[in-house]
Design a protein around this ligand. Structure first.
Ligand code: NAI
Length: 446
């Protein structure tokens, strides 16, 4: 749905009025287009010690101009700061203040990428505390971003080099406009096998994907994203949505499967269809979901039961059946749709929040099993997304919800689809069991 306020405050008069009254001034975000430059401004300031030289080489290989020290009269497309060797609180000051001194030179839709070190059991309390400090630094700095800029963190397992494929795939996602609506988020780069796609515009070329709830909304956006990114797609939705499903399937040259995912054999049916049409399955996107909102005092069995059955129990069963079916390729990637309601809770959504929090638990619990199978399982938690669901909200509630994030606007289904597209690519092969929020750094559950 159109965000008229954002359009108005971006007119010459609108800018003046909003500035004078201290009103939110959201900007049009720079969103991905094929063949687009990685950054709006090509200069990158890389703050770090000598160990960052190899990362600088990688950035040069991406066509970026790397600067190792702040320079006057320069506009940066991105600032990358490496805290991976910070082990004492005093190690934070120099790099943090160096970022600060360069912030006014960050261009619109710029990127700040913070690199930290994931903690392990043998770490000293000083190191753990210092690295926890890096997370707090990133989250606060993200709140200070302006003009569509974002700030995110990669927390890297000890022993993993910042220029390795494990890190550069996620780094590229966060730098690119594919992450336009992701800010204030940490991702941990762990073990596993990551590979940089040979063609950045087609990161899932030749892969076979299934997307549930594919007939409309976010599911349809995910189908279009994965198709544009090179995948062949099996589209699943309930028989009642059959006509819309066929239309979307035909538009991307995919295969439609009318199926209720609460069918006890849904996983087997998907495995059989994928086998029949494509010979295997590489990507599973559990997008189908429902809401049946009521305060708990007014909740009945049907509202509670259906939400838990569709949103959570079905996915647990399908994952088990897909793992057992032998249809999964050598690097299977699964992504489930969670929600910020599952993180923060929401009045009238005890059933929905239970199911979405359950998803976050599920991906964490199944990560090891999928890693053994050569792959990953993660979740994406959207915040306020401009869909039919949010269009139906009362105007004032919608307007407040839209502005309650650092980017001061709602996201689009394509923003969620981009995050899904990244997590199902081999570039994200070392990200596992995690939940990535696509919420513009929503204040809800922050
Ligand atoms: P939507 O209601 O527009 O589309 C959901 C699709 O899932 C529909 O096509 C529906 O027919 C299908 N579906 C429902 N039950 C099914 C079943 N038993 N078997 C097969 N297909 C089934 O929803 P929307 O807004 O596109 O949301 C997609 C996902 O994103 C959901 O999991 C939702 O909970 C989640 N989400 C959405 C947010 C938003 O702002 N729209 C925010 C946070 C999470």
């Amino acid at each position: 749905m159109k965000d008229s306020y954002t359009q108005i405050v971006n007119s010459t008069l609108g800018k003046k009025v909003a500035g004078a009254l201290g009103l939110p001034q959201p900007v049009e975000l720079r969103r991905y287009e094929p063949g687009q430059d990685l950054l709006k401004d090509q200069k990158v300031l890389l703050i770090g010690d000598d160990a960052s030289d190899n990362l600088a080489e990688t950035l040069l290989g991406w066509g970026l101009e790397v600067r190792r020290h702040p320079e006057a009269h320069t506009r940066y497309g991105a600032i990358i700061v490496d805290f991976t060797s910070a082990a004492q609180p005093s190690d934070l000051q120099r790099p943090a203040l160096a970022v600060g001194s360069a912030l006014r030179s960050l261009g619109s839709s710029g990127r700040v990428l913070v690199l930290g070190r994931d903690s392990t059991s043998g770490d000293t309390p000083e190191l753990v505390a210092t690295q926890a400090g890096v997370v707090g630094f990133m989250r606060s700095l993200a709140h200070e971003m302006r003009k569509g800029a974002t700030c995110n963190l990669l927390s890297i397992a000890p022993g993993t080099a910042t220029h390795s494929d494990a890190v550069t795939g996620p780094l590229r996602f966060f730098l690119s406009s594919r992450s336009a609506y992701v800010s204030g988020q940490p991702l941990t780069v762990g073990s596993g096998h990551a590979e940089t796609p040979s063609d950045a515009d087609h990161p899932v070329e030749g892969k076979v994907a299934v997307v549930t709830g594919a007939a409309r909304g976010i599911g349809e956006a995910i189908v279009r994203r994965l198709s544009d990114d090179g995948a062949k797609i099996l589209l699943v939705d309930v028989p009642g949505a059959g006509e819309a499903l066929t239309k979307v399937a035909n538009s991307v040259g995919g295969r439609a499967l009318q199926l209720d995912i609460t069918d006890p054999k849904a996983g087997q049916r998907i495995a059989e269809a994928a086998q029949q049409h494509y010979g295997r399955l590489d990507i599973v996107v559990h997008n189908a979901g429902i809401t049946r909102d009521k305060t708990l005092a007014n909740m009945d069995e049907s509202k509670w039961g259906s939400v838990l059955a569709v949103n959570l129990a079905s996915q647990l069963a399908m994952n088990r059946q897909l793992l057992d079916s032998g249809v999964l390729g050598s690097t299977p990637h699964v992504v489930s749709l969670a929600s910020t309601s599952g993180i923060a809770g929401n009045r009238g959504q005890t059933n929905y929040a239970a199911s979405k929090a359950g998803i976050i638990g599920m991906v964490s619990a199944m990560a090891q099993e999928f890693q053994k199978a050569g792959g990953t399982i993660n979740a994406v938690a959207p915040g306020f997304i401009e869909t039919d669901m949010t269009k139906a909200m009362p105007t004032v509630t919608r307007e407040v919800a839209r502005r309650l994030n650092s980017l001061q606007q709602g996201g689009r289904p394509e923003d969620v689809a981009q995050a899904v597209g990244f997590l199902v690519s081999d570039a994200a092969g070392c990200i596992n069991g995690q939940t990535l929020r696509v919420c513009g750094q929503s204040m809800v559950g922050a």
